[in-house]
Ligand binder design. Sequence first.
Ligand code: ADE
Length: 213
Amino acid sequence: MKIQVITLFPEMFKPVLETSMLFKAKDKKLVEYLYINLRDFGLGNRKTVDDTPYGGGDGMLLKPEPLFAAVEYAKEQDSKAKVILMTPRGKTLTQAMSKKLSKEKDLIIICGRYEGYDERIASIVDEQVSIGEYVLTGGELPAMILIDSVVRLIPGVLGGENSAEIESFSDGKTKEFPQYTRPEKFKGMKVPEVLLSGNHGEIAKWRKNQQKN
Ligand code: ADE
């Protein structure tokens, strides 16, 4: 999967996408991350990307011309990619959405900034996604969260073939069961007896039961 990110702050992504599983996914060539700096599509000598809102109001909005030009550039690399706009006004990200997106061939993710963006950008976007009902200073952190939740679901990224299947919310509602590792006793707290029993039937039953709590 090729993921192109349109952002004014490409440097924010490297520390996250070049670490741990997200880096391993890239290293195994299961995913490719490309950063498109919105500033490169800014207008005039000053590479302007923002302007004041019509009708008045606080703050600045991302202008439509640089956003359209950046998306068109990304589409030239990859005409079939799904275009996602990170915005607090979008549909709230769920595990089911991440799963669906993990099956896409390629993604283009637009990160908003300032007080928002010119609404006409919505006309060239396939999906508007929010990571929750709170407002951040920009779409970069939300984009990284979306990328993390999508990339880990791409077959071959996680170690165990079904590690992504058995965990929390993989069916949209069930929570993960609690897990333990060595030592058996730690600060007076013991690992539940059933997990030490070697009885796989009983262990499965216990785990299923725990998921209901
Ligand atoms: N940009 C700012 N806040 C956001 C949020 N909650 N989700 C997605 N994009 C955002």
